[in-house]
Design a protein around this ligand. Structure first.
Ligand code: FE2
Ligand code: FE2
Length: 320
């Protein structure tokens, strides 16, 4: 009898946090080929999970009633399900432009991961009682304006490069540095915020964040190796990073995140008994945090993670 060993970084209980894993681990497309993915993800991270969480995780009754906490999760997960769908569709162009079978296989697995994320975020809205036939209308009613304001401009920035010019490294840089690298701290924060208040939601985040460790580390090593082989591409890569950051600065991201945090704060205060002394990070009880403090914490994680990743990629010039 053979037994398969789940790699530690993909093990539900053993994997590090997203920020820690994405800052410290090193994985390459050759490490994370299709065989790795089948063992690590469907038979590893996701073994025994149903709809992205443990089968016995239940949505608490208060989440099914109208109120700010429900508003907060609906807002967050509706937006995430649209974002993950757009990411999935965009990755098709990265796969098409991949220079070798290793990167082709890896981004093929990332495509399925992102499609799964969209599905489980959407699925949680069903668990919250949204009728199936109203699901997509509900998602677009809640988050359509935010998606049009944030996700569509990012898509309009990426598609001419990855779809029309088949610029592989531009696609990886946009995905790894400008999209996932920027959003990772918010995802880490979300997992910690919902752990007791909506356990299935937090587990769905945990599963997506374990995938994200792999996406960020393999994306980083892909950029690093590409720049080693093509040092002449560095100005082009730096230009994409600069233009991408200029674009982000024009997008109303803070408004969207603050709206979500204010709903969460109101809900948190209503359900203080559920969170008790739970600490969102060592030494800090969730109940004692404010929306501003949580956003500052996420911003700090973001800067630390980005700086260590950019140095690793051989792009210290891009550290702001
Ligand atoms: Fe994702
Ligand atoms: Fe991802």
């Amino acid at each position: 009898m053979t037994t398969t060993t789940i790699p530690r970084e993909a093990d539900w209980t053993e994997a590090p946090t997203l920020i820690e894993g994405a800052s410290r681990l090193e994985l390459t497309p050759r490490d994370c080929d299709l065989d790795y993915w089948f063992t690590a993800v469907p038979q590893g991270t996701l073994a025994g999970m149903v709809h992205g969480h443990a089968p016995n995780a239940r949505v608490p009754a208060y989440m099914l009633e109208a109120g700010p906490l429900r508003e907060a999760i609906m807002n967050e997960f509706a937006f995430r399900s649209i974002a993950e769908e757009i990411a999935t569709r965009s990755i098709t162009y990265i796969i098409a432009a991949a220079p070798d079978v290793y990167t082709m296989e890896f981004f093929g697995t990332q495509l399925i991961d992102e499609a799964r994320h969209s599905r489980v975020f959407r699925g949680h809205l069903l668990e919250l009682g949204v009728p199936e036939q109203e699901l997509f209308d509900t998602i677009w009613r809640i988050s359509g304006d935010d998606a049009r304001a944030i996700l569509h401009p990012l898509e309009a920035f990426a598609l001419p490069l990855i779809r029309d010019q088949r610029d592989f490294i531009a696609g990886v840089v946009i995905l790894t540095i400008l999209v996932e690298g920027v959003l990772a701290p918010a995802a880490e924060l979300s997992e910690r915020k919902w752990r007791l208040l909506d356990p299935p939601a937090a587990q769905i985040e945990r599963g997506a964040n374990i995938d994200e460790i792999r996406h960020l580390t393999v994306g980083s090593s892909t950029v690093r190796d590409y720049l080693r082989e093509h040092p002449e591409a560095k100005p082009h890569v730096l230009d994409i990073i600069t233009r991408g950051r200029q674009l982000w600065a024009t997008l109303p991201t803070q408004d969207v995140i603050i709206k979500r945090e204010l709903f969460f704060q109101a809900g948190l205060e209503q359900h203080a008994d559920v969170v008790g002394d739970y600490e969102i990070w060592p030494g800090k009880r969730l109940i004692d945090t404010t929306p501003e403090e949580r956003l500052i914490a996420a911003h700090t994680w973001s800067t630390e993670m980005q700086n260590s990743r950019l140095t690793y990629m051989g792009l210290p010039e891009a550290i702001p």
